[in-house]
Write a protein that binds this ligand. Structure first.
Ligand code: FAD
Length: 388
């Protein structure tokens, strides 16, 4: 392995790959290590909605060719509930910007190719087992056994269950966490969109969601009890429950297709504060886990990667550490703003629980009516929905 690289990045997800590409463009000596193999990394279907800030970053840095060619603008979402349905053209409200629908696995594939084409060093099949934020030493395991590497700076881009976030001593960090007490069955179907809009269905059986991913692929979500087994959700049961919660008898049928993924995602949120310790900087899910309810995770990762790349380049190329010292302060308010909106969405979408159910139902109805009827509320929603 390489010793004394300027920046060693742990993890080749959206965070690590955007950071790596931006550092290469600045001429910074960079190494990315990733525990999975290339095929696995490029096949992981997760996010799909890129906000305008992500699209800008990718385009400005020459990383957006695939997104610009194959991505599709998306600016409408719909809410279905007992009183009917209403649509919000959020792409024309607030800042007036839509999302770009571009599957995360396609973005990751583009970013890997771009990084390697630019001469970047990326090692697959390398699992980091320990990092020392003070010395910049990294212990790893690969097909040849155990090894050590060192770097001037470490970027923890290894996701919400990675090792880098646990390397910050407990006395130097606060971990603010919430388990939302519910889970989503995340489903991918080989089927075109059934509706033209992202659709959030609120039903007594629980939440159901419909989100475009590609011309022939649609993501669906079903709220399920935490701990539910995805295997118990047969194709028939999934489509039946989607039909019920999406009220297809009123709004028309869903376009069915082969189900290629079903997995239970527990809704939890966590913010690490600060996201910097000594030589270690956390980026993306390593810094903050956010529920998929508002499609913010990949967008936060890309935002932080841009901030950190600029700060590292200033420190390494020009000896100016000021942006690096401010990294946590710069990113955390934006992370918390996304958390706040995501939390608001969770409250809106999920069925009430506990002894005050009637009160919670009343609140939800009031929120939906406000969103349906208040132009000011719609503009604010749009600003939060697409913004970081
Ligand atoms: C079902 C679902 C739907 C989602 N939808 C959206 C959406 O629409 N919009 C959105 O913005 N976000 C969405 N997200 C969230 C988004 O996918 C994540 O926020 C995003 O992947 C975070 O990127 P990351 O690079 O920080 O982490 P990851 O993508 O998790 O990448 C981390 C990488 O680190 C590697 N790694 C881990 N440990 C080690 C180790 N010890 N050594 C070496 N490598 C290691 C992993 O193999 C992985 O490749 C969704 C998430 C899920 C689960």
């Amino acid at each position: 392995m390489v010793d004394d690289t300027a920046v060693l990045i742990v993890g080749a997800g959206p965070a690590g790959l955007v950071l790596g590409n931006l550092l290469l463009a600045e001429g910074v000596d960079t190494l990315i290590v990733e525990r999975a193999d290339r095929a696995r990394v490029q096949a992981r279907a997760r996010a799909g909605f890129l906000g305008p800030n992500s699209a800008r970053i990718l385009t400005e840095h020459g990383l957006g060719a695939g997104m610009l060619h194959n991505g599709r603008p998306h600016g409408t979402c719909a809410f279905r509930y007992a009183d009917g349905e209403f649509e919000l053209d959020y792409g024309t409200l607030g800042p007036g910007e839509p999302h770009t629908v571009y599957p995360q696995q396609d973005l990751v594939t583009d970013l890997v190719a771009e990084y390697l084409d630019r001469g970047g060093d990326l090692r697959f099949g390398v699992t980091v087992t320990d990092v020392d934020p003070h010395t910049g030493a990294v212990a790893y395991r690969d097909a040849n056994g155990a090894g050590q590497a060192t770097a001037r700076f470490l970027a923890g881009c290894d996701g919400g269950n990675g090792v880098t976030r646990t390397a910050i001593p407990a006395c130097s960090v606060r971990r603010h966490a919430r388990d939302h007490g519910t889970a989503w069955l995340a489903v991918l179907a080989e089927a075109p969109q059934s509706m033209s809009a992202v659709t959030y269905a609120i039903h007594d059986n629980g939440f159901a969601g419909h989100m475009a991913r590609g011309p022939e692929v649609t993501r669906y979500y079903l709220q399920v009890p935490p701990g539910d087994d995805a295997v118990a959700w047969t194709d028939e049961r999934i489509w039946a429950e989607l039909n019920t919660r999406m009220r297809t008898e009123v709004f028309g049928p869903l376009r069915r297709g082969r189900i290629t993924e079903r997995r239970v995602v527990r809704l939890r949120s966590e913010v690490v504060d600060p996201i910097h310790h000594a030589r270690l900087f956390l980026v993306g899910d390593a810094a903050s886990v956010i529920s998929p309810s508002a499609a913010k995770g990949a967008n936060l990762a890309i935002m932080q990667a841009e901030v950190l790349a600029g700060a590292l380049a200033a420190a390494i190329n020009h000896g100016d550490d000021s942006a690096l010292a401010a990294y946590s302060r710069t990113c955390l308010p934006r992370i918390w703003r996304a958390q706040e909106f995501s939390h608001w969405m969770i409250d809106l979408l999920h069925g009430p629980a506990g002894p005050d159910q009637g009160y919670q139902l009343g609140l939800r109805r009031a929120r939906l009516r406000s969103l349906r009827d208040s132009r000011a509320h719609q503009h604010l929603f749009a600003e939060h929905y697409v913004g970081i």
